[in-house]
Design a binder for this molecule. Structure first.
Ligand SMILES: [Zn+2]
Length: 299
């Protein structure tokens, strides 16, 4: 009898689990969520992490259905059925809403945490953080510029803490902007989506940052390929022997050049277009000796 009274009392005190406000109008009571929070559905219900069905199932089974209010048992079982047959399922938003509806009845702390763990394991950590009051639903503007990802500051401790864990973060007090380098795009995405799920422009900005990183990588690859090309210096890469004349294209070395210039001017010519020396073949032994002195690594 007492239990029934408590259950009835609970039902009369339904709250929106996202903001904690009482649900008053019939539509909100039916949905288990208030109209303001409902408008944020798509942003807050973005899935951020891969589904861990095993962990979700484990969290689900840690709840004893007998400890639940009879009115939510049907919805609870529906979620269980979905988990049982959900191997290839990617979109769990219907189940997340069902869990939210169950939570709006006010569950025991233990059951509430277990239900939130189900949703977390399904990858919807943004909404879980909102439920735990660890994420703000304030609007945050995100953009990419000159190799950095920016967002406008909100005095919101949990989110700022997450940003400060990303290497290279900068807070600019004049512009009231936080920024991180583009190469931290993945961590930035997770931090903003987790703690500022009601953001504007996150996907586009992170996409730009990733394209920028890809471009930087291509430049770095091209540069290192050139550097690697210089390493295996060989006699063949310095000296070409055409019999009556030699072609020498050695890395810059002022002493080596001086020695070549010491040859009779009629016996050597600098080809400026090809950046190489053309030398009469009779100087072969001298040139080999010079190469041996200045570029001994080729032998
Ligand atoms: Zn609400």
């Amino acid at each position: 009898m007492v239990e029934q009274l408590i259950a009835a009392e609970r039902r009369s005190r339904r709250v929106c689990w996202r903001c904690g406000r009482p649900l008053t109008d019939p539509a909100s009571i039916n949905a288990g969520i208030g109209p303001i929070c409902r408008r944020l559905d798509n942003r807050l219900l973005a899935r951020l992490l891969p589904v861990d069905l095993e962990a979700a199932t484990r969290a689900y089974h840690s709840i004893d259905p007998l400890t639940l209010d009879a009115v939510v048992v049907g919805a609870f079982e529906t979620v269980g059925e979905a988990l049982k047959s959900g191997q290839d399922k990617k979109d769990w938003r219907i189940e997340v809403r069902q869990v939210e509806w169950i939570l709006s009845f006010g569950q025991t702390e233990e059951n509430a945490l277990a239900l939130m763990n189900v949703v977390r394991a399904l990858g919807y950590i943004g909404i879980v953080n909102v439920w735990l009051h660890e994420a703000t639903t304030a609007v945050v503007r995100v953009f990419f510029k000159d190799g950095h990802l920016y967002f406008d500051a909100q005095s919101y401790w949990t989110g700022q803490k997450a940003i400060r864990e990303i290497s290279g973060w900068v807070w600019s007090p004049e512009e009231k902007l936080w920024s991180v380098p583009a190469d931290q795009a993945d961590k930035f995405f997770l931090a903003i989506a987790s703690y500022y799920p009601n953001n504007e422009g996150l996907e586009a900005a992170v996409e730009q940052a990733r394209a920028y990183n890809q471009n930087q990588e291509n430049v770095a690859e091209a540069t290192s390929a050139v550097a690697i090309g210089k390493i295996p210096l060989s006699i063949g890469s310095i000296l070409e022997d055409f019999g009556s004349f030699l072609v020498v294209h050695a890395p810059y070395n002022s002493s080596f050049i001086e020695k070549i210039k010491a040859l009779p001017s009629t016996d050597r010519r600098w080809n400026a277009d090809r950046k190489e020396w053309e030398i009469m073949g009779r100087h072969r032994d001298e040139i080999m000796a010079l190469i041996g002195t200045y570029f001994p690594e080729v032998f």
